[in-house]
Design a binder for this molecule. Structure first.
Ligand code: PLP
Length: 396
């Protein structure tokens, strides 16, 4: 078989979406799917949200792109809004999550370089983490399936078990720059860090002069019911990567940092042709308009509680399949007793329900943040039907 024009790196399923309407995707053949995957935590306003659509349309007709050689009123405005809403003092805009993490890694290394400790280059990262697919970000995970065949990878990463503070502390030495961690592991199976762990990393960073770098690409931007997930823990990072939901579907990422942590990021140290172009800034501004409107985040938390309770109530009816539900806000994971990939495919193909499989046999439930009770009811009914009609693989 000759290679396909589209490089065949994804195990694509047969669903071929061509249109989106709110929480629904419509395929080429006109089949309608309830979209509780949201482009893997991206379409946080659902599909075709009027505020986002209009902002992109208006900006596209005005000015799509200019180089970062010029002043950026659009970038300054969005950066100011993010700075005002978060721990950060400064923002670098990227086009993806991996680039935001790359910028975070560079910022952390450069901080120690600029403050006279250039030997501090190593980030302590965590097992089963996912930070992206660039050489730098696959170096930051211990997952063999992401790394295999791409060696030599970058030095400067060590891996501790997730949520194990003592193990992370034991890895600190003279070369440590800081910690790189997802407050809620996404691809790893919707695993929220314990408060003791995240607060412990913050404390260790403070005591040892290290930086706490958070990867909030998946769990950030309102998904957990706070603007960023670390707010749930009562801590602040020094550097943070954000992406996915921040553009509502438009490719946009951001690396946010405190003034101190960004002290090495001076003129000439970083850049991106497209990063922060006017079209991307319009998309990011529209998402913030919705997400920061009074009551929106309260609504995400309330809807998340209702969805979680509805799933919890359903689990005992299918306890041969489902174990428990975990997560925060509208970033939920349904832990299964058998292969979640196979079940996700079954729910999609036979019941028109889109979810995403993750590590640890988890079904990721990542609806648009704009869903209402009717969507929750429809989701639970489709999930129950899928569970009833599902035949798990036999052991032999
Ligand atoms: N970090 C986390 C936590 C992610 O979940 C992802 C993507 O799934 C990334 C980084 C990489 O983002 P992108 O695919 O936009 O490069």
């Amino acid at each position: 078989m000759p290679i396909t024009p589209l490089m065949p790196v994804y195990p694509r399923c047969d669903v071929r979406p061509v249109r989106g309407e709110g929480a629904y995707l419509i395929s080429e053949e006109g089949r309608r799917f309830l979209d509780f995957a949201s482009g893997i935590a991206v379409n946080l306003l659902g599909h075709g949200h009027p505020v986002l659509t209009k902002a992109i349309q208006d900006q596209a007709a005005t000015l799509i792109h200019v180089s970062n050689l010029y002043g950026s009123p659009q970038g300054e405005a969005l950066a100011k809004r993010l700075v005002d809403a978060t721990f950060a003092d400064t923002v670098f805009f990227t086009n993806s999550g991996a680039e935001a993490v790359e910028c975070a890694i560079k910022t952390a290394r450069r901080y120690h370089f600029a403050t006279g400790k250039p030997e501090r280059t190593t980030l302590i990262a965590f097992q089963n983490a996912f930070h992206g697919r660039t050489i730098g970000t696959i170096s930051a995970t211990d997952q063999e399936k992401l790394r295999s065949g791409f060696e030599p990878l970058l030095p400067g990463f060590r891996y501790a078990p997730f949520d194990d503070l003592a193990a992370a502390e034991a890895l600190i030495d003279d070369t440590t720059a800081g910690f790189l961690v997802e407050p809620v592991q996404g691809e790893g199976g919707i695993r929220p860090a314990s408060p003791e762990f995240l607060r412990g990393l913050r404390r260790l960073a403070d005591e040892r002069g290290l930086l706490l770098v958070l990867d909030e690409v998946q769990c950030g931007m309102a998904r957990t019911g706070m603007l960023y997930a670390h707010e749930q823990y009562g801590i602040v990072p020094d550097v943070m990567a954000s992406a996915k939901g921040i553009g509502g579907g438009f490719p946009l990422g951001a690396c946010l940092a405190t003034e101190k942590a960004a002290s090495g990021m001076v003129i000439g140290t970083h850049g991106s042709t497209y990063g922060g172009n006017p079209l991307a800034m319009a998309a990011g501004g529209a998402v913030l308009d919705v997400v920061l409107a009074p009551g929106f985040l309260d609504g995400v938390r309330a809807t998340g509680d209702r969805l979680r309770q509805a799933i919890e109530q359903m689990i005992p009816n299918h306890d041969q399949l489902f174990e428990s539900v975990r997560g925060m806000g509208l970033m939920l994971g349904l832990k299964m007793k058998s292969d979640s990939r196979r079940f996700v495919a079954h729910a999609r193909d036979h019941h028109g329900l889109l979810t995403v499989a993750a590590g640890d046999n988890v079904v990721r439930v990542l609806p648009p943040l704009t869903i209402g009770q009717a969507h929750i009811d429809e989701f639970v009914s489709k999930l129950s039907e899928a569970a009833r009609s599902y035949v798990p693989p036999s052991d032999d």
